[in-house]
Design a protein around this ligand. Structure first.
Ligand SMILES: N[C@@H](CCC(=O)N[C@@H](CS)C(=O)NCC(=O)O)C(=O)O
Length: 222
């Protein structure tokens, strides 16, 4: 019984879920999905999430895919009162967090656009063609982070934790982070502040970065 999370460690959306669970001290059973064996396309998995993506969460009768739906549910259902500021109840403050979460999905989609063709299709050209979208989103993130210390204001929210899973992958993937100094400073600050960083995110980010860099090397890219 309890909460089950179907996931893989390198995936940024899965790491967003690990980070938020750690932040609020929520226990769950981790069910690693073997994507190479097609475990995300079995009838049982597709019943939980027809989009065949990880992460998926089950909690009693509820099965839900998409990291944003999962982390906001976790906050709404399980966050203790003293941690509500991670996903504020005030509509205006929450709107800001939600906006950053939607932006994070956009940034993830652009990252997928460089990783998927390279790692799974061995298509360097397509990956490189998609790179400007990543740069554009990272520049937008830089702009947000010139306006506030954290992504949605002056304190940590789940928008930071979701974005952290993506930006740490940009760093481990070897992209030139010096182009976005506020993002670099924010990343260093979160790594230092979150005692659960390494366990929930660091190890998986290294795995993702290695997959990207190895494929790039294999295909002769830079
Ligand atoms: N918007 C989704 C994206 C999830 C996603 O694309 N997950 C990838 C791994 S990083 C996946 O499961 N891909 C397998 C597939 O598309 O079949 C979320 O935030 O959960």
């Amino acid at each position: 019984m309890g909460i089950d999370i179907y996931a893989i460690k390198p995936s940024p959306p899965c790491r967003a879920v690990f980070l938020v669970a750690k932040a609020i001290g929520l226990d769950y059973n981790l069910k690693i999905v073997d994507m190479e064996k097609g475990e995300n396309r079995t009838p049982e998995f597709l019943k939980m999430n027809p989009a065949h993506t990880v992460p998926v969460m089950t909690d009693g009768e509820l099965s839900i895919g998409d990291s944003k739906a999962i982390i906001t549910y976790m906050m709404n259902q399980y966050a203790p009162a003293n941690l509500q500021s991670l996903y504020p109840r005030d509509p205006a403050a929450r709107a800001l967090v939600d906006q950053r979460l939607y932006f994070d999905s956009q940034l993830f989609a652009s990252l997928r656009g460089i990783v998927f063709p390279l790692v799974f299709m061995k298509d360097l050209k397509q990956s490189q063609a998609n790179m400007p979208r990543v740069d554009e989103n990272m520049a937008l993130l830089e702009t947000f982070l010139t306006r506030s210390t954290y992504l949605a204001g002056e304190h940590l929210t789940i928008a930071d934790l979701a974005m952290l899973s993506n930006v740490s992958s940009v760093e481990t993937g070897g992209l030139d982070m010096s182009r976005w100094p506020h993002v670099q400073a924010w990343l260093a600050k979160l790594k230092a502040e979150l005692p659960y960083y390494e366990q929930a995110n660091g190890e998986g980010a290294q795995m993702m970065g290695a997959m990207y860099k190895n494929a790039l090397k294999e295909l002769g890219g830079k």
